[in-house]
Design a protein around this ligand. Structure first.
Ligand SMILES: [Ca+2]
Length: 207
């Protein structure tokens, strides 16, 4: 009896997700404030000035995941994961100036475009107020090459090579938004797990 023909078509699977969000924080209420109020002057709490995006307010989060079985290779798979996120907010201030003279030099600068100084400085658009600007975006591409060898019976040998951060992109945390500092809008810290391009080789024997 003839064996059924093996499918020769290229098998590609994509999954993608996009999340959009927007979160605003203040601390109206009668409990203990959850965040510092930098705008209180004497008995005036000025809570409306503390309204603004949450510190964790990433507006867009996009991921695409793909996996391809390469035909005629008897077990070669290629997969990739790409993730992109827009930046987190920060406040643009100048701690040399206590504009409202409340003893707290956290006074957001007016709306406008602000730039740091130096080769690595960034430019941001500031809407004014607390967390009026957004820091650098995040993007990372990881790829994986896998090959499965049937070693007889139920035994299998999986060989794989994985590359993390394939494009060797540097993903920064937010820089300082304090214009008084030389690090103003100069990104100098990496996000958690923000490593350079890495290659990992592995093997797994199933029996
Ligand atoms: Ca102040």
């Amino acid at each position: 009896m003839a064996k059924p023909a093996m499918p020769l078509a290229l098998s590609v699977v994509f999954t993608a997700a996009l999340r959009k969000s927007s979160h605003v924080q203040s601390f109206f209420g009668n409990g203990t404030p959850a965040a510092a109020n930098n705008f209180q002057k004497l008995a005036e709490r000025n809570l409306e000035m503390n309204e603004g995006p949450l510190d964790t307010d990433r507006r867009h989060n996009f991921t695409i995941n793909s996996r391809m079985e390469v035909p005629h290779t008897k077990g070669l798979t290629v997969s990739a994961l790409y993730r992109f996120m827009t930046g987190r907010p920060l406040s643009i201030i100048d701690s040399n100036v206590d504009g409202d003279q409340n003893g707290n030099a956290f006074d957001p600068l007016p709306a406008g475009t602000y730039s740091g100084v130096g080769d690595y400085a960034i430019t941001v658009k500031n809407k004014g107020g607390r967390n009026g600007a957004y820091g650098p975006n995040y993007a990372q591409l990881d790829a994986r090459l896998g090959y499965r060898v049937r070693a007889g019976g139920v035994r299998t040998l999986d060989l794989f090579a994985e590359v993390f951060n394939l494009t060797d992109r540097t993903n920064f945390t937010n820089p300082s938004g304090d214009r008084r500092l030389t690090t103003f809008l100069v990104p100098n810290g990496l996000v958690a797990g923000g490593f350079p391009r890495q290659l990992q080789l592995g093997a797994r024997l199933g029996f």
